[in-house]
Write a protein that binds this ligand. Structure first.
Ligand code: GAL
Length: 682
């Protein structure tokens, strides 16, 4: 049992950079006072502190960190201690330029920024191993140490000679022979046959970007190389502190709040003990409703919960605005509590912030923080944080609970990369991630729990699995889908599925057989529509607008649920249903408007008993998410709108935040959240 599991409270606090304030002892003193007032209990230390920890090569200064760790502990707090590899001291870049990254154009970066290091550099690996060992030897038994925060937001790639060598080595291991590699990369195309391993170079705007097999392998290599670096970082940590959990902070794709595009986090998540992530939605923006954005945040939370099927952590969020959106709007009253509770509702066991205190200089001096430049607890943001601290204390019995969902959506990184690369279809409107989020939206609106899983995860527990746009699909995945449906599962797939295999090579001899058998159709063509084009689906006397993509297919042995309304394929099958074994396989041939998905999934959820039984009358701006212990359930009821809302639930409940008893009809003020526990279960 790790210390984290033994903690009986939610983590509340965040990134703390005392190393920026060592010349201001009164500030460090004030921090301790304010930490108590903010009900903050956990701080991530040392994330970018390498130049303070090792100001000269081989000269280490830990006294300041000793004191901060001791002080935080004396105030009842925990520390998530970081390894400092996210940024390096300037002496290191100067003496060993190899530690810096080389970009795809083969230019060596200068010292500066952060996350600007080569994952292969032997010197960087040696230097990080030394400092990490010193940290674990010194603090491994410190009573405040709760968890290891390895590096910071690993991302990016390096194209230096070391990385090229490692890439070639990785390819040799994978393909064994150049014949195999040339087959996978379709070598003769444009005379690209490789005749010696040393000819292989990573993708570059100066050289190769059109060999899709190479691009896909490079993306996979970058994930593996990043994980390899992570594993290198934690060698001594694992050996010396086997019971202290290890994490690294994942991201989402910034503004869009779609899954992070450049690393396969599903793979990475197997190497961490707890998944944690940094979440920065642009609340109250002018292009989408708060509920639209909240559902995307919900999607990513569900993905991070589902990777390990256990509670995850919010490692960073902001108590107000950030500094890097185009417009950095502060949260409206109520939004901070609501957005914080949303994390918890989806399975987070923390709400941690970037940052504890605003820095005085450099680019993040105006980034939202718990403590502003006024150095005071009287401002609105600090009070909002206190409110969250109090709320987390009131609901602390929920920590560690977990609810499995009966519906899963598959997100696949390989597919995302390959489809992104594919030149064809409608290049500008592929929108794989956004499509998944549109399908998810129905379930979010209906308060039906969803897990967002990888293609490798087990499907057996799900009643319904949704796998849109699986352009890249291996025969193994097809077999898995067949087995799932044969054993009683219900599967939904869509247009642009089943084009290429795991090497990004197209299937030949028609649409893959296993998919033909599963869906009872044979896709023959995909029509791509211009943005102003439209077609329609005719389904049970209703017409639904379709855009972007229409698959044309022969029906082999499948029930036709909808037909196309126009064009040369008017009247042909557009949506089908095929019963196979004990289950059903649905195929949606076109990109539809949301109204179609609502109707379609409405039917399926009714048919398969997936509706949220607790919510009698919901509202699409009010999200309800549950967390469970075996004997007890908790419902987070969250109003993501500026309007007052009412929803009706099936039983009288108690609000853990206010202790009020709530009748089956629940009234919510704008942006209000209630955390309810049904009274019967108490
Ligand atoms: C994160 C990063 C933090 C901080 C934050 C600002 O990506 O890990 O160090 O820069 O963004 O929003």
């Amino acid at each position: 049992m790790t210390r984290f599991n033994l903690e009986d409270r939610f983590l509340h606090g965040g990134d703390y950079n005392p190393d920026q304030w060592l010349d201001y002892p009164e500030i460090l003193q004030k921090d301790l006072e304010l930490m108590d007032k903010a009900q903050a209990n956990t701080f991530s230390l040392g994330i970018f502190a390498w130049s303070t920890l090792e100001p000269e090569e081989g000269v280490f200064h830990f006294e300041w960190l000793d004191k901060i760790m001791d002080d935080i502990y004396a105030h009842g707090g925990n520390v998530i201690l970081a390894t400092p590899s996210g940024a390096r001291p300037s002496w290191m870049s100067k003496k060993y330029p190899e530690v810096l990254r080389t970009n795809a154009s083969r230019e060596k970066n200068l010292h500066g920024g952060r996350h600007n290091h080569c994952f292969s550099s032997p010197v960087y690996r040696e230097k990080i191993a030394i400092i990490n060992k010193k940290l674990v030897e010194r603090y491994g038994n410190h009573p405040a140490l709760l968890m290891w925060h390895i590096s910071n937001e690993y991302s990016g790639d390096c194209h230096c000679d070391y990385c090229q060598e490692n890439f070639r080595h990785w390819l040799k291991k994978k393909y064994q022979t150049l014949e195999e590699l040339n087959e996978a990369w379709w070598g003769p195309f444009w005379s690209h046959t490789i005749t010696d391993w040393t000819e292989i170079e990573s993708p570059s705007p100066l050289g190769e970007t059109m060999v899709h097999g190479l691009n896909l392998d490079w993306n996979r290599f970058v994930t593996d190389q990043t994980i390899d670096f992570f594993e290198h970082e934690i060698k001594d940590i694992r050996r010396l502190t086997p019971t202290i959990p290890v994490t690294t902070n994942f991201m989402a794709d910034t503004y869009d709040l779609i899954p992070f595009q450049s690393l396969d986090y599903g793979k990475f998540s197997k190497h961490v003990d707890v998944v944690s992530w940094d979440c920065y939605p642009a609340w109250h923006n002018d292009w989408e409703s708060v509920a639209d954005l909240a559902s995307k945040v919900g999607f990513i939370n569900d993905q991070y919960r589902s990777f390990k099927q256990q509670p995850f952590l919010i490692m960073e969020s902001t108590p107000s605005g950030v500094n890097w959106h185009d417009v950095n709007k502060t949260k409206r009253p109520g939004m901070h509590l609501l957005s914080s509770m949303q994390f918890i509702a989806h399975g987070s066991d923390s709400n941690l912030y970037f940052q504890w205190r605003k820095s005085r200089g450099s680019s993040e001096k105006f980034h939202g923080a718990v403590v502003d430049h006024d150095n005071d607890e009287q401002n609105r943001v600090f009070k909002d944080v206190v409110q969250v601290g109090q709320a987390l204390e009131k609901i602390k019995e929920i920590k560690g609970s977990y609810k499995r969902a009966k519906v899963a959506i598959i997100y696949d990184s390989d597919n995302n990369w390959a489809l992104g690369d594919a030149q064809g279809f409608s290049n500008a409107s592929k929108q794989y991630s956004q499509t998944l989020q549109k399908h998810y939206r129905y379930f979010w609106n209906q308060d039906i729990a969803v897990e967002v899983i990888t293609k490798e995860q087990d499907l057996a527990n799900y009643e319904l699995v949704i796998a849109p746009m699986m352009y890249l699909i291996s025969e193994a995945t097809m077999k898995k889908w067949q087995d799932y449906v044969a054993n009683g599962g219900h599967l939904v797939s869509t247009y642009i599925t089943g084009y290429v295999n795991e090497h990004d090579l197209t299937y030949i001899n028609g649409w893959p057989r296993p998919l033909q058998e599963l869906f009872g159709i044979k896709v023959t063509e995909t029509d791509s529509l211009y943005p102003k084009d439209q077609n329609s689906l005719h389904f049970e006397n209703h017409e639904y607008v379709v855009q972007d993509y229409c698959s044309l297919f022969e029906v082999i042995d499948s029930e036709v649920l909808a037909t196309y309304g126009a064009d040369f394929y008017q009247g042909q099958a557009a949506v089908t249903k095929n019963k196979v074994g004990k289950g059903t396989a649905y195929f949606i041939g076109a990109r539809t408007e949301a109204a179609f998905l609502e109707m379609f999934y409405g039917e399926l959820t009714r048919q398969y008993g997936l509706e949220n039984q607790w919510v009698v009358q919901g509202d699409s701006d009010v999200s309800v998410q549950a967390r469970d212990f075996e004997e007890k359930s908790y419902y987070f009821v969250m109003n993501f709108s500026q309007e007052k809302k009412e929803i009706q639930v099936s039983e009288e409940s108690q609000d853990l935040l206010t202790n009020e008893t709530v009748l089956p009809t629940i009234s919510l003020a704008p942006y209000e959240v209630k955390v309810l526990s049904p009274i019967r279960l108490k």
